[in-house]
Design a protein around this ligand. Structure first.
Ligand SMILES: [Zn+2]
Length: 208
């Protein structure tokens, strides 16, 4: 190998997660990363950015992609997105959710519909939908599937579930008193829910 080529190669440093990358920038080699087709291209086993933005590396799956501002503001829903919405209706085995945020970004003018099946509520067994959710609850969930515009959502995991609930009797915001129990401070009513870890302590920063 010529010295010049050697120097060129040794100058090429793989990027790290959250690095800023500019269009055309060297990111790494295919032995390191699984490149995303939307935001990178491969030449001779080397990966380059086709967009300017923030490098996102999934450590477990070694996937690399470039997230652009456009990506952060997109209005289409993808599998894996975190969404927040209100319970519109309860069915025997599922709830219907109207959601208005995608990855904490609010979309006032759009409304998406998703369903949470009873088997996708919790890792613990949930017998009745009513033990987990009620109409008007605000829920954080994850998109796990999509079929012709209908989204399948899941609330399994600590960070998912109800983030706001009002008392069915008097309408006061309920207080968390146990992992699945809420209490109304005003009228003393007890209710059950699949509650998110950060209920009463929301740090979700909704971007406008
Ligand atoms: Zn009450």
């Amino acid at each position: 190998m010529k010295l010049k080529d050697y120097l060129l190669i040794s100058m090429k440093k793989s990027v790290n997660n959250k690095d800023l990358a500019i269009i055309g920038q060297y990111l790494g080699v295919v032995e390191e990363f699984l490149p995303d087709k939307q935001s990178t291209f491969i030449k001779d086993g080397e990966i380059f950015a086709t967009k300017s933005g923030t490098v996102s590396i999934d450590k477990n799956r070694r996937e690399i992609q470039i997230d652009t501002h456009q990506e952060q503001n997109r209005k289409t829903v993808k599998i894996g997105d975190i969404v927040i919405g209100t319970v519109l209706f309860l069915r025997k085995f599922s709830v219907g959710l109207s959601f208005f945020t995608i990855n904490d970004k609010l979309h006032f003018n759009s409304s998406y519909m998703g369903n949470i099946h009873v088997s996708h509520i919790s890792n613990r067994y949930v017998e009745k939908i009513q033990d987990a959710f009620q109409i008007t609850d605000i829920i954080r969930s994850k998109v796990v599937a999509e079929k012709s515009g209908e989204y399948t959502l899941s609330t399994t995991g600590k960070n998912f579930g109800v983030i706001h609930a009002d008392c069915a009797i008097c309408g006061t915001k309920l207080k968390k008193i146990g992992f699945n129990k809420l209490k109304c401070q005003r009228c003393g009513n007890f209710e059950k829910r699949k509650i998110s870890d950060d209920y009463d302590n929301l740090k979700t920063n909704l971007r406008f």
